[in-house]
Ligand binder design. Structure first.
Ligand code: AG3
Length: 275
């Protein structure tokens, strides 16, 4: 069949995947949502024509956004996820025995519903007893909380539309307030090839709020350029001093005790952005 899906990743660059079948599509109050079955990546969640996650490569992103931060904290009990309605990040978080409660703050309940219906291997932990789903704006939720969370994970879409505020200094300030006195956060911060100014600006903003700031990398084939960044801000704990021997086996396919440290080794063109 000659049917293709194309995401225009930048003004001048696109990724195309051959489509087996369109499983579901809907115009929600927030965005255009689709679940497409593709020959190369299996089923994928697409929001406003942007690939969010695919059955084939989702493990890279979800393992890295969850385990690096959770293993940096010596005993995370309360965790907040902002965005992440597909449930992939939550699935990794509940593997940590110290975690008592995970609040998932997703603005669009249709994302949660579609993930439950059509992406069960990604979403199954949304039904876990430790997980509470709050259908609300993460910006609002974080503003209302004080000293509540050990770890906050910002699993957002690209910085356009409803997610734009999740990349602002004011939001990181509120995140700091919502964290406990030794808390930390991690956010997905886009491509080191195509979002250089954004990465620079975020690193600077977070450095003005948190004493420990680190950038790390993972390779997500369906995201623009493949190589992807995550930025961590921490009030106390440093991800670089975590003992590898203390990192448990979480049955992961990308994350490992070695990768925990290796992910922070930055090629000079990326290290340059943080000076
Ligand atoms: N969050 C989306 C990361 C950004 C992808 N950008 C893109 N493809 N242009 C992923 C949500 C998965 N839980």
């Amino acid at each position: 069949m000659g049917l293709w899906f194309t995401e225009r990743q930048t003004k001048n660059l696109a990724i195309s995947c051959r489509v087996k079948k369109t499983i579901y599509s809907e115009e929600t109050p927030f965005q255009e949502l689709a679940v497409i079955d593709t020959l190369e990546f299996g089923r994928m969640l697409v929001l406003d024509n942007v690939i969010q996650t695919t059955v084939k490569d989702e493990f890279v992103y979800h393992e890295m956004i969850a385990h690096v931060a959770l293993n940096t904290h010596p005993g995370p009990r309360r965790v907040l996820v902002v965005g992440g309605g597909d449930g992939g990040t939550v699935r990794e978080i509940v593997k940590h025995p110290s975690v008592e409660r995970v609040v998932l703050c997703e603005i669009d309940e249709k994302v949660v519903a579609a993930a439950k219906d059509y992406l069960p291997e990604i979403s199954h932990a949304l039904e876990h007893p430790k997980v509470e789903i709050a259908v609300t704006d993460g910006i609002k939720h974080v503003k209302e909380k004080r000293g509540t969370y050990d770890v906050i994970i910002i699993d957002s879409t690209d910085p356009v539309g409803p997610a734009e505020g999740l990349f602002s200094a004011a939001f990181y300030q509120d995140v700091a307030m919502a964290l406990r006195e030794d808390g930390l956060f991690v956010a997905q911060t886009e491509s080191p090839f195509f979002n250089k100014e954004l990465i620079k600006r975020i690193f600077k903003d977070v450095s003005g709020i948190f004493p420990v700031v680190r950038l790390f990398l993972a390779n997500v084939p369906t995201y623009p350029g493949g190589l992807w960044t995550f930025t961590m801000g921490s009030k106390k704990y440093d991800p670089l001093t975590v003992e590898q021997a203390n990192i448990k086996d979480y049955g992961t396919k990308y994350y490992s005790p070695e990768v925990h440290h290796a992910a922070f080794i930055l090629p000079p063109f990326i290290a340059e952005l943080l000076k």
